[in-house]
Design a protein around this ligand. Structure first.
Ligand code: AKB
Length: 315
């Protein structure tokens, strides 16, 4: 018998692609997409959908009971840039939604949880290069504070109540199907759209701000790979570091220029520069590689190629 899965926040950047891959894998009727708003036509027409607020415990519990849900992927969150503007709303959404699914796990109403953390858990006092799995964290953003607290709670619920919760620290994610919203790394997606539409891009980060990044296909593979792993192999119940590539705006611009020679980038850093400056340049992910065999497939060159090829195909 196929397991049945609920995705909270299915219409966002990660949720949209994750839902489609899980539907392919486990059968469309077994993967229930949910969000507070409707998503793309593809997502809405490819399987069951529920309008659901991730902060409403009772509403989630009803859906869990109705569909006999075994696994929840909680993809609803307010990202770093928006969270700086609405700190209390970000804290409420990011923490309440997490407690809702952790408590469903504690009550044994579901068996397994995926919850995304972020490189935002690190702060200005963390080592910048090859940031280790375990190190000084001290995040200085609202989003980072919520993610670090979330990690502590995941580990606590696992140790204290045996909840099978699994997590990765996503870097900036680059995808062509759904736009990101409200993050500091969003420039690395916007730049491709602008390159194709106008052959120029005005970046809100400085030329040399290097950040960890990942192509969406790798992020989805990591997510499902961790969820399929033997629970005994998982030694980290806070959240795993993941690495794929690191680059700066001037480096991604140079990569785009190899395909669009007239492309030009300019720089006009705003408040997001301060957020980016507090994050690592690169990440050490040896624990994830050792425990559950994580390995990325896309680098900057192949990401640029895939982004431009697919976005061109959409126009
Ligand atoms: C953001 O920029 O806020 C996110 C993240 C790195 O978690 N993409």
């Amino acid at each position: 018998m196929q397991k049945s899965i609920l995705i909270l926040g299915a219409c966002g950047q990660i949720g949209t692609e994750l839902t489609m891959v899980l539907r392919d894998k486990y059968g469309a009727d077994n993967v229930i997409a949910s969000d507070i708003r409707e998503g793309s036509v593809n997502l809405m027409q490819s399987g069951p959908f529920e309008l659901l607020d991730a902060t409403d415990y009772g509403a989630i519990e009803d859906v869990v009971m109705h569909y006999e849900i075994e696994e929840i992927y909680l993809m609803a969150a307010m990202l770093s840039a928006t969270a700086e503007k609405f700190p209390m709303r970000a804290w409420n959404l990011n923490m309440t939604s997490l407690f809702n699914v952790l408590n469903l796990g504690k009550e044994r109403k579901i068996d397994k949880i995926f919850w995304p953390s972020s490189i935002a858990v690190f702060g200005p006092n963390s080592p910048k290069v090859d940031t280790p799995q375990h190190t000084i964290m001290e995040p200085t953003t609202v989003y980072g504070i919520s993610k670090q607290s979330g990690e502590r709670w995941c580990e606590y619920y696992h140790k204290k109540y045996g909840v099978d919760v699994r997590s990765v620290r996503y870097p900036g994610l680059i995808s062509w199907k759904t736009l990101p919203g409200g993050g500091t790394t969003d420039y690395a997606v916007e730049i491709f759209h602008q390159a194709l539409e106008e052959e120029k891009y005005n970046c809100f980060l400085n030329a040399d701000t290097k950040l960890p990044m990942m192509f969406m296909d790798d992020a989805i593979r990591a997510t499902i790979g961790l969820m399929q792993s033997d629970p005994n192999a998982i030694t980290v119940r806070s959240s795993y570091n993941l690495r794929a590539m690191s680059f700066s705006p001037e480096e991604i611009a140079a990569s785009i220029k190899t395909h669009i020679p007239d492309f030009k980038i300019s720089y006009d850093p705003d408040f997001r520069q301060h957020i980016a400056d507090s994050w690592p340049n690169s990440i050490d992910d040896s624990q994830a590689r050792k425990d559950w065999g994580w390995k990325p497939e896309f680098d900057l060159e192949s990401t640029t190629r895939e982004m431009l090829r697919n976005l061109r195909g959409q126009n």
